[in-house]
Design a protein around this ligand. Structure first.
Ligand SMILES: Nc1nc2c(c(=O)[nH]1)N[C@H]1C(S)=C(S)[C@@H](COP(=O)(O)OP(=O)(O)OC[C@H]3O[C@@H](n4cnc5c(=O)[nH]c(N)nc54)[C@H](O)[C@@H]3O)O[C@H]1N2
Ligand SMILES: Nc1nc2c(c(=O)[nH]1)N[C@H]1C(S)=C(S)[C@@H](COP(=O)(O)OP(=O)(O)OC[C@H]3O[C@@H](n4cnc5c(=O)[nH]c(N)nc54)[C@H](O)[C@@H]3O)O[C@H]1N2
Ligand code: SF4
Ligand SMILES: [Mo]
Length: 868
């Protein structure tokens, strides 16, 4: 058995994975030698083997909906791009790339667009994710330097998590923090989030801040630090930053942020007193119409208190995607040039020299939201989308879809055969996916790791860099794209980082430029800089002419979203534990669908009462831009006036489940990042006439009035359905048209149907005025092994396995342990701690991500006991 060391393709923690294939079956475990995870994996990483199959993969190129061979697909792409460039100029074409591409792919895309097509219209999904953080670092240090490591998190005295649900979004880093806190009881953890999230499980303090107001909190902290005397002479603009902070006393902050004054004061006291403090921030900060100012407000407090550039300290933006950092390094944003260089005369001349081009773009290109608006207006006539699904992830997704529909040429490089974006593609290129592709990624702490191939290329799929290089050839730039192997692309990228760089540029991996193919293959994870001149990252200086670090003056602003009588609530959106973005990979793994299996909306109890919402019932949420349907979860972890819904569901997995249909395309003026976390909405209960579960071997055509959610089921279509109009007759007729034998149970509002072809179960449908409880494992078993006796068939018609108790909603995905089983263990078997539950049921003992939920269940039952 050969084992391959590679890197997880999901989040920016960048865990090392050891993968092997035995008899065609992939298995994975955490790499104990990788410094990011030292052997751990979270539930998504551990389920990687279940996404390695070829079901749903895009395996062949196609042109205008027809399968084509590579020669033709590449020729057509080249011809059509060339024609548009010739007629309308290079500004009429654009690339939209992704933090999930490898560095080599990204480098190739950036070089082709900026260097040879000659426009800078290459932007990426990192615009929706990291661009405020990039702007923050660049404004402070003059370079996009992330100044911290995971060890700094472990070695701090105060860890502040702001706008970050790391327990679910960066699980392995969170587990490292949990462990560090256990080992150092002096360590304090503060979580700042309008919601009480799973991350609050280890928090000493949770500040349930009003949405969008974090800048006020940090500007007030700057004032408090300065009041106690701070040495600020080293920083440019420090007086202006202090002046801007002057009005922000604790009382004003408390009022602005909707927090108790004592809580704010205590947080300031903790921060000032802590010898070492580190602030981890992610989307609750970045995805804001003033996200870059918020980043600088955070950076400022670390500068002013001297809590940066040393162990356990600093403003640490956690990157979301596996290679968001690599994309930033190659310059894959429309506002950067290459290798951390900018659109400035000296940089432009240098990059043109290095690439040997006379066509280099001279000015920044369009940022994501503007780019799709320009496509909508017909100004950009061709777009090549690689490794991202903008029809789902961009705000105002309806307008994005309309823009793509009207666009003259849409090229999509994908691994998945069905995505919302691909529906609009004229040309589709099948890309290699995780386990097949070969290259490098950089994680949140600037650590470059190898992703290595251990599976053969499926079908006709090819590496993204290869596809880009071949199109470059068709456009007449073959010489500059003549690489034969990703190692050559990497070497060129590394050489550019060191080209005419005598320490003026922070990003320098020139020490890796001369690696042999073997040495690159074996490259161990390493943090940059890796300079051939042995340059290190001195954070006391800035990478600009005066070599100083800047404190950006920040005047806190609230969100742009405005509540009003018609739209009185603020809708927040983000991640759930077991799904990845637009679900193209995790949405088909049954195990990962168990935890939360349909769009939900979390509502505070007072709001639920006010708007007439029932826990477990359905609701319609609408904004000025669109509407979605979600199942109501009433919880006191939600702040009054705010709702929360997952970002993941989309038209491939639900009808009306896509949150970005509601979000306005409002962006930060400096970073261009959308305000994805705040949308003014209203919510109303929806009691459909009926709800049901449908399992079928073939896709059943459904009338437009039916709302549905797709569940993952191996080899089957499983949908949860509801509507105001009945569809029983439609299903019956459809089954009869196929000549299947139909068995129906009909009593009151309950309507159950089984359809058989001989001994084989073809379809099962269970409906009622409420969602019927159907035993999923019983039904799936019946599809693979049909019940033999008539009695068993009748039992199946009830949807319940009468011999086996139901386990309830799955809490621990690793071991499939359900809520009812856990409650039983607490109530009947006397388990009193998460540890005891783990000993009895194994739940929470693998990745640990469900421990906060186990504790919540323990707490809920304890309360019951004391009340009695
Ligand atoms: N399971 C899972 N993990 C992932 C991903 C995934 O899809 N699934 N995606 C990865 C990617 S690309 C990213 S970018 C990261 C994102 O990681 P996170 O940013 O941690 O995740 P989110 O859930 O988007 O948002 C974090 C929190 O911001 C809070 N928030 C909303 N508004 C505000 C506010 O005004 N102020 C404050 N302080 N907080 C606010 C939300 O309530 C939410 O709990 O996750 C990465 N990891
Ligand atoms: N409302 C709201 N919207 C959000 C967010 C939010 O919190 N709220 N978060 C935003 C953030 S932070 C992010 S990062 C984005 C993410 O949004 P997207 O980038 O749109 O989401 P993904 O599902 O990760 O899309 C990746 C696509 O690339 C494909 N793919 C996977 N591997 C490869 C490969 O090797 N090559 C190629 N060519 N394709 C591949 C996948 O099948 C998938 O279709 O969403 C953003 N949108
Ligand atoms: S923490 Fe992130 S990188 Fe690590 S296994 Fe989980 S998803 Fe993968
Ligand atoms: Mo992200």
């Amino acid at each position: 058995m050969t084992e391959t060391r590679t890197t997880c393709p999901y989040c920016g923690v960048g865990c090392g994975v050891v993968a092997s294939v035995v008899d065609g079956a992939v298995s994975v475990r955490g790499d104990s030698e990788h410094p990011a995870n030292v052997g751990r994996l979270c539930v998504k990483g551990a389920a990687l083997s279940e996404t390695a199959g070829l079901e749903g993969r895009l395996l062949h190129p196609s042109v205008d909906g027809q399968q084509a061979n590579w020669e033709r697909a590449l020729d057509v792409a080249g011809e059509r791009l060339r024609a548009i460039i010739n007629e309308h100029g290079p500004q009429a074409v654009a690339f939209y790339a992704s933090g999930q591409l490898l560095t080599e792919d990204y480098y190739a895309a950036n070089k082709l667009m900026k260097g040879f097509i000659g426009a800078a219209n290459i932007d990426t999904n990192s615009r929706l994710c990291m661009s405020s953080a990039v702007t923050g670092y660049k404004r402070a240090w003059g370079a996009d330097v992330v100044p911290c490591s995971y060890e700094d998190v472990e070695r701090s005295d105060l860890v502040v998590l702001v706008g970050s649900n790391a327990a679910w979004a960066h699980p392995v880093l969170y587990q490292r923090l949990v462990q560090a806190k256990q080992q150092n009881p002096q360590m304090k953890v503060v979580v700042i989030d309008p919601r009480r999230t799973a991350t609050c499980d280890i928090a000493d303090r949770h500040l349930a801040i009003a949405p969008g107001t974090d800048a006020g909190l940090f500007v007030g902290l700057l004032r408090a630090i300065a009041e106690r005397g701070a040495k600020l002479d080293d920083f440019t603009d420090a007086p202006a930053a202090l002046e801007a902070a002057q009005p922000w006393n604790v009382a004003r902050v408390a009022a602005f942020c909707g927090l108790p004054l004592a809580e704010v004061a205590a947080f300031y006291q903790d921060f000032i007193a802590a010898p070492r403090a580190i602030t981890l921030y992610t989307m609750g900060i970045n995805q804001s119409s003033s996200g870059s100012d918020k980043c600088n407000a955070i950076i400022n407090v670390h500068l002013a208190s001297g809590k940066f550039g040393r162990e356990g300290c600093g403003p640490f933006s956690l990157t979301g995607q596996p290679n968001a950092m690599g994309g930033r390094e190659v310059g894959g944003l429309a506002t950067m040039l290459a290798a951390h260089m900018n659109f400035e005369p000296a940089d432009l001349a240098r990059v043109a020299r290095f690439w040997g081009t006379e066509r280099l773009a001279q000015t920044p290109g369009l940022m994501a939201v503007d780019l799709f608006a320009a496509i909508g207006r017909g100004e950009v006539k061709a777009v090549w989308i690689m490794g991202t699904n903008p029809a789902v992830s961009l705000p105002d997704s309806h307008a994005v879809s309309q823009a793509l529909k009207r666009c003259e040429l849409v090229i999509v490089s994908e691994i998945s055969s069905h995505t919302e974006t691909s529906r609009y593609a004229h040309i589709r290129f099948p890309a290699l996916g995780w386990g097949e592709k070969n290259g490098t990624v950089t994680n949140s702490e600037r650590r470059i790791s190898r992703q290595r191939a251990f599976l053969p290329a499926p079908g006709e799929a090819r590496a993204d860099w290869w596809i880009i290089a071949r199109v470059a050839q068709r456009l007449g730039y073959g010489e500059a794209f003549a690489w034969q192997h990703p190692h050559e692309v990497f070497s060129e990228h590394a050489a550019l980082s060191g080209f005419e760089n005598e320490g003026q540029r922070a990003f320098d991996i020139s020490g890796l430029a001369e690696l042999s193919r073997e040495a690159w293959d074996d490259l161990a994870p390493v943090r940059w800089p890796v300079s051939r001149h042995a340059h290190t990252l001195d954070l006391k200086r800035g990478w600009r002419a005066d070599a100083r670090v800047r404190m950006v003056p920040v005047s806190p602003r609230g969100m742009q979203a405005q509540t009003q009588a018609l739209y009185p609530l603020i809708l927040n959106s983000g991640r759930i534990r077991d799904q990845w973005h637009t679900m193209t990979r995790t949405g088909s793994v049954p195990k990962l669908m168990q935890h939360i299996s349909q769009p939900i909306v979390e509502v505070a109890p007072q709001d639920a009462q006010h708007f007439g919402l029932q826990h477990g019932g359905l609701s319609r949420i609408s904004s000025l831009h669109g509407v979605m349907v979600a199942k109501v979860v009433v919880t006191d972890s939600q702040r009054r006036g705010s709702l929360f819904t997952p970002m993941h569901w989309n038209d491939c997995f639900a009808r009306q489940g896509k949150v970005n249909g509601l979000v306005a395309p409002v962006v930060d003026p400096h970073s261009g990042q959308p305000e994805s976390k705040q949308t003014a909405v209203r919510i109303a209960p929806w009691q459909p006439a009926w709800q049901g579960e449908l399992y079928s071997r073939d896709e059943v055509p459904l009338a437009g009035h039916v709302t549905w959610w797709r569940k993952a089921a191996t080899g089957l279509h499983h949908l949860t359905l509801c509507s105001d109009r009945l569809i029983e007759q439609d299903i019956l007729v459809w089954c009869q048209q196929h000549g299947w034998q139909v068995q129906v149970a009909n009593a009151g509002d309950l309507w159950h149907l089984l359809a058989w072809q001989g001994e084989q179960l073809m379809l099962g449908f269970w409906s009622s005025h409420r969602l019927p409880e159907v035993d999923d494992s019983l039904v799936c078993r019946a599809f693979s092994e049909a019940p033999q006796t008539l009695a068993d068939r009748h039992a199946l018609l009830s949807g319940q396995d009468l011999a086996r108790p139901a386990v309830g909603k799955i809490v621990c995905s690793c071991f499939s342990i359900g809520e009812k089983t856990i409650l039983d263990a607490i109530e009947k078997q006397g388990c009193r701690t998460a540890g005891e539950l783990g000993e009895r049921l194994k739940c929470g003992t693998n990745c640990g991500s469900c421990v906060p939920e186990l504790k919540a269940l323990l707490a809920s039952t304890t309360i019951k006991v004391t009340v009695l």
